[in-house]
Design a protein around this ligand. Structure first.
Ligand code: EPU
Length: 339
């Protein structure tokens, strides 16, 4: 097996924020066997696992071995009753994988079109958009234990999925590397999820009453393109903060001062508020300090206009957290991992 280590490598093209930090050592992994070999050789070293780099803000150089998971491949396993199991390796680009499913008429992932990143990191934060989360179709994932090199398969329940959350962000943080993910999708009678307002509007605009999964995907792509910056044009990591969840009493107090506050009911006693709205109320939408700023169409997205450092973006995020806390008494938790 020939594994090539690169020294002092810029990670600018490996993170969607486009932050230029240096990895002292960098290695690209193309198979699970290579991964197991590399971690066994580097047992006592500090490692940093890099997937699609779409949910992180790099604020400093990485003085360690960066392992870039680029394991490619998709396989399918026929199932009875109009379903199919589709397994994608961790290094597959998420959106390309979703498009592969749509092309083959495998239903279930269409609402998750155009989310940046790789398949392997999708379960870590249980990616979600437009009424669907990864956990809705996730069956299992295979992962390698970083210190022992042992393989383990995790079921849906074992992953303990929550809103942008899973066991891999909690008890097992930094302990496993996901190498492949299996989804259960439909091959007929797809369950369509079009109730999200913006999807409904996009379909109605095109006079579509009984959409195909391809049409839903196209609607999602159109909505995302209209609000979210393309990382290839403007560096960003999607939503920088999570939407805060507050109790009903606090929400009702807020509503007295802000009658138009948008919200989603989570359950009887809890309400989720769009962080983008809170940030916009604090007048940050479209603001810019040097090359670090807030997107002008979606205040929840922080952007690198060109050469901002991770620290500069981090400062903007802190300013936002302070202002939102001062005005609303709500703490915004970051969704993006700060490194
Ligand atoms: N809003 C504003 N101003 C803004 C942005 C949003 O007032 O600048 C308000 C609007 O009222 C809007 C509401 O917030 O109706 C919700 O906005 P949007 O539909 O854009 O969704 P979101 O709650 O801001 C979440 C996810 C996104 C996901 C969309 C669609 C989180 C942290 N973000 O955003 O996920 O694409 O819903 O489902 O839950 C991501 O995780 O990176 C991401 C982009």
């Amino acid at each position: 097996m020939h594994l090539k280590i690169e020294y002092n490598k810029s990670l600018k093209n490996y993170n969607t924020f486009g932050i230029d930090v240096i990895a002292s050592e960098f290695i690209q992994i193309n198979s699970e066997d290579e991964l197991i070999e590399v971690i066994s050789i580097n047992k006592n070293r500090k490692l940093f696992i890099l997937s699609g780099g779409s949910n992180m803000l790099l604020t400093k150089n990485l003085d360690c071995l960066v392992i870039h998971i680029a394991i490619k491949g998709i396989s399918i396993h026929q199932q009875p009753n109009g379903t199919i199991l589709v397994t994608a390796n961790a290094g597959e680009n998420w959106h390309d994988f979703v498009q592969f499913c749509i092309k083959n008429d495998y239903g279930g992932l269409e609402n998750l079109s155009l989310i940046p990143g790789y398949v392997g990191s999708a379960p870590i934060q249980n990616i979600g958009a437009y009424g669907i989360e990864l956990k809705d179709t996730f069956v299992t994932c295979q992962a390698v234990h970083i210190s022992t090199g042992e393989k383990k398969t995790f079921s849906n329940t074992e992953c303990n999925f929550g809103y942008r959350n899973s066991i891999f962000k909690n008890e097992l943080k930094g302990k496993y590397i996901i190498t492949q993910v299996t989804f259960k999708l439909t091959t007929e009678k797809h369950t369509l999820n079009t109730s999200y307002g913006a999807i409904e509007n996009a379909l109605t605009e095109n006079n579509i009453t009984t959409p195909t999964i391809k049409e839903i995907s196209e609607a999602v792509i159109k909505i995302r393109r209209s609000k979210l910056p393309d990382p290839l044009e403007i560096g960003n990591s999607g939503s920088f903060f999570k939407n805060p969840v507050i109790n009903l009493y606090d929400f009702e107090q807020l509503q007295k001062s802000y009658q138009n506050i948008p919200f989603y009911k989570v359950n009887e006693n809890t309400i989720k508020i769009p962080a983008g709205w809170l940030i916009e109320q604090c007048n940050y939408k479209g603001k810019r300090w040097g090359d670090a700023g807030v997107h002008n169409k979606q205040a929840l997205v922080l952007v690198n206009h060109n050469n901002a450092s991770g620290q500069e973006i981090l400062e903007v995020s802190k300013k936002i957290q302070e202002s939102v806390f001062k005005k609303f008494n709500i703490h915004l938790e970051t969704e993006v991992n700060i490194i």
